[in-house]
Design a protein around this ligand. Structure first.
Ligand code: ZN
Length: 430
């Protein structure tokens, strides 16, 4: 969410777009009442947003007097590509600017050994996916969002020592993709991205939320005051290395310790614990099926995992005092684990922090990464700054040439975003 400054100021067209996005005013008259701007100024600003395609206006003028027409964001202004680079798969999806998923394709992971080769493969898949989209010609690719299981330095866009992608340290995927497509690219850590997807799609009014990703790896996305919190450089939420006191489950973490939450109780660890105890082959154990069959060994391991994970999250709740904790990732679907998790979480949280705290399982566990990656880009492309920049360029282009394609100067994009100055934003015939 973009916070608007209240008071007597100019209210740019970009800010009026945020007013519509937040549904604070969806007609010209309500906008005038909210902002104090004159009807003629409102009309000029709205007209520029309409002609550039950011807004749509519904409704007809009725015979007598005017029936207020309703303004809405034009979800079809373009499409966004969203990529989820998981530990075992790559998923590529496309959404409109309302975050509606238009299609998603999953690929089993190609060799990740060489980042350059992988990114070339990814570029081709995004190109072919965009080309295959059944979309009207005016829908242009507006940006690419990437969710990746790695810490991402927001100040440089580079991956920092990804444990599951050895050899990718200091790789800057955003730069590569932005050069290939000429659109803004936002790359962020998967748990952070999933938190945004869950928040924007299901809990937009929740101010403080923790999203706990329980997959092969364990991570946490933090929402404070309705905004993602990444810390100074994007490293916030790396909870996988919280020490746990679980002598029977010690496993060596890639960070060198043997008491890390993720190394002891991440999905990969649980598979190994079960395999060592003679249940299922390593890496393929179906936790939910074993638990449903009341397999006593599996039940004990899953309960112990849930207890230790919940204990750690309870401590996080004492630090952040959120009103909502969302449990996502593959392990969130194993009821025996989440049951134990809830019990120990509430036991660890202090009364003031446990009071009114809601703990829920992710509503879009399967698509949280894709949707969150898309929202990172949508929030950027529809931000006040980029919209105002686009409108200025649009007016200039409109005055000077009859070309049907427009160019956007992305150099105003935030530091975490790779930018291509004066990038061509259309990749399809327009
Ligand atoms: Zn560790």
């Amino acid at each position: 969410m973009i916070h608007l400054v209240k008071g007597p100021h100019a209210w740019t067209a970009g800010e009026l777009l945020q007013v519509v996005r937040q549904r604070r005013a969806t007609s010209r008259s309500k906008m005038a009442a909210l902002t104090g701007l004159s009807p003629s100024t409102i009309a000029a600003r709205v007209e520029s947003l309409l002609s550039a395609g950011y807004l749509l206006e519904d409704g007809e003028q009725s015979g007598r007097g005017r029936k207020p027409r309703t303004l809405s964001v034009n979800a079809d202004l373009g499409v966004v590509a969203a990529v989820d680079i998981g530990s075992r798969h790559t998923r590529i999806g496309f959404t409109d600017l309302a975050g509606t998923l238009l299609g998603v394709v999953e690929y089993s992971a190609p060799d990740r050994g060489d980042a350059a080769t992988y990114l070339e493969w990814l570029t081709q898949r995004i190109q072919s996916g965009a080309a295959a989209l059944d979309h009207p010609s005016h829908r242009a690719l507006r940006g690419i969002g990437v969710s990746i299981a790695s810490p991402v330095d927001r100040t440089t866009g580079k991956l920092i020592h990804p444990m599951h992608l050895p050899g990718w340290n200091s790789i800057d995927p955003a730069q590569t993709l932005s050069s290939a497509f000429g659109v803004p690219v936002v790359v962020d850590n998967d748990a952070t991205v999933m938190a945004l997807g869950e928040h924007r799609m299901h809990y937009p009014r929740v101010a403080n939320m923790l999203y706990i990703k329980l997959g092969s790896a364990i991570g946490c996305g933090i929402v404070i005051g309705g905004e993602l919190y990444g810390g100074r450089s994007g490293g916030a939420g790396e909870i996988g290395h919280i020490p746990v006191d679980a002598p029977n489950y010690r496993r060596r973490c890639q960070c060198g310790r043997d008491t890390c939450l993720e190394a002891c109780f991440g999905g990969a660890a649980i598979s190994e614990h079960l395999a060592i105890r003679g249940q299922g082959s390593e890496g393929d154990a179906d936790f939910a099926a074993l638990a449903a069959a009341r397999n006593p060994v599996a039940l004990e391991v899953l309960r112990d995992a849930g207890t230790h994970i919940g204990d750690a999250i309870g401590t996080l709740c004492n630090v952040f005092n959120p009103e909502l904790v969302v449990i996502g990732g593959k392990l969130s679907q194993v009821e025996q684990l989440t049951h134990a998790l809830r019990a120990s979480l509430y036991a660890r949280a202090l009364p003031l922090n446990a009071r009114d705290l809601e703990v829920v399982v992710s509503k879009n566990a399967a698509d949280a990464s894709i949707l969150g990656a898309a929202w990172q880009v949508i929030d950027l492309v529809l931000s006040t700054e980029l919209v105002n920049q686009d409108l200025a360029d649009y007016a200039e282009t409109f005055d000077s040439t009859s070309s049907s394609t427009r160019r956007i100067d992305w150099s105003t994009a935030p530091a975490s975003t790779a930018s291509s100055p004066s990038a061509e934003i259309r990749i399809s015939g327009g």
